[in-house]
Design a protein around this ligand. Structure first.
Ligand code: NAD
Length: 265
């Protein structure tokens, strides 16, 4: 029987993070390691960067399980579930973070590009959360990394925005399903965050070339449309994810926490 005080009591414990090799995922891995995680299960399709992160994170008392796989690989998740059960019997925290973006107006968006985004952000998010709901111990917690684009429309990001809206609802349904076991599920909706995700976008690369540095490009975009005038650092989002996973957020489940410098105001 779950006791009321069991909710969040094992934080940070054994934590799984997808998209862990870069940006918000890597910052979250560092944060949870610094907070005293017992083990980190890190999933990313970029095996080299994942290995480099694992090497850098190594420290006494922290167990690492590096899974170089695509989040859309259903069989790969069977392997992750098996490995987690074998080593730790279950998980205390899950961060559903891997994501990709494509831009272009709807009239010019190919079905292939649409499916590429949906496949990673929605199918991959579902598979991650499905394994998470199977593995989370009573009183555990999950955070789904959505985006402010999931609630605020902008031209040119239809697939990304639709996928991010969908995962908010995925998180809310999971939150209801988790209630009997005290498992909390929340979504976080960042605005702009200074991560390598942007360097995949043509317009951003053009801005970097014109303005001379990535920081100048981030500052220029943030100056238009983000009331606080700056993009977040990945470490800030990692801190907010750590909060949502922690006992300090014990009364939060099914929330969609907007952390966007006022972008959606
Ligand atoms: N950067 C932003 O401005 C911003 C804003 C709002 C939300 N987000 C969301 O935050 C999350 C993390 O993004 P980021 O900015 O840190 O990006 P990033 O590109 O720095 O990191 C994403 C990581 O996910 C991995 N990945 C991508 N597709 C994968 C797949 N199919 N299987 C396994 N791994 C995969 C990549 O290899 C990479 O390591 C994403 O869901 C993104 O949509 C980012």
């Amino acid at each position: 029987m779950l006791e009321r005080d069991d909710v969040g009591a094992r934080h940070p414990g054994v934590c799984l993070i997808t998209g862990a090799a870069s940006g918000i995922g890597a910052a979250t891995a560092w944060r949870l390691a610094d907070d005293g995680a017992r083990a980190l299960v890190l999933v990313d399709r970029d095996g080299d960067r994942l290995q480099a992160l694992g090497d850098a994170l190594e420290r006494p008392g922290l167990e690492l399980f590096l899974c170089a796989q695509d989040v859309t690989d259903e069989e790969g998740w069977d392997g992750v579930e098996h490995g987690v059960r074998h080593h730790w019997q279950g998980l205390d925290a899950v961060v559903v973070n891997a994501g990709v973006s494509e831009s272009g107006p709807i009239a010019e968006l190919s079905l292939e590009a649409w499916r590429r985004v949906m496949s990673v952000n929605l199918d991959g998010g579902f598979l991650t959360l499905r394994s998470g709901m199977r593995l989370l111990r009573d009183g555990g917690a999950a955070v789904v990394v959505s985006s402010a684009s999931g609630v605020k429309a902008e031209a040119g990001i239809a697939a990304y925005a639709a996928s991010k809206a969908a995962v908010i609802q995925l998180a809310k349904v999971a939150a209801k399903e988790g209630v009997p076991r005290g498992v909390r599920v929340n979504a976080i909706l960042p605005g702009g965050v200074e991560t390598p995700m942007w360097s995949g976008m043509d317009f951003f690369r053009d801005m970097v070339a014109a303005l001379g540095s990535e920081q100048a490009a981030f500052d220029a975009i943030a100056a238009h449309g983000t009331p606080l005038g700056r993009y977040a650092k990945p470490e800030e989002i990692a801190g907010q994810i750590a909060f949502l996973l922690s006992p300090a957020a014990r009364s939060m489940t099914g929330a969609a926490l907007i952390v966007d410098g006022g972008y959606t105001l």
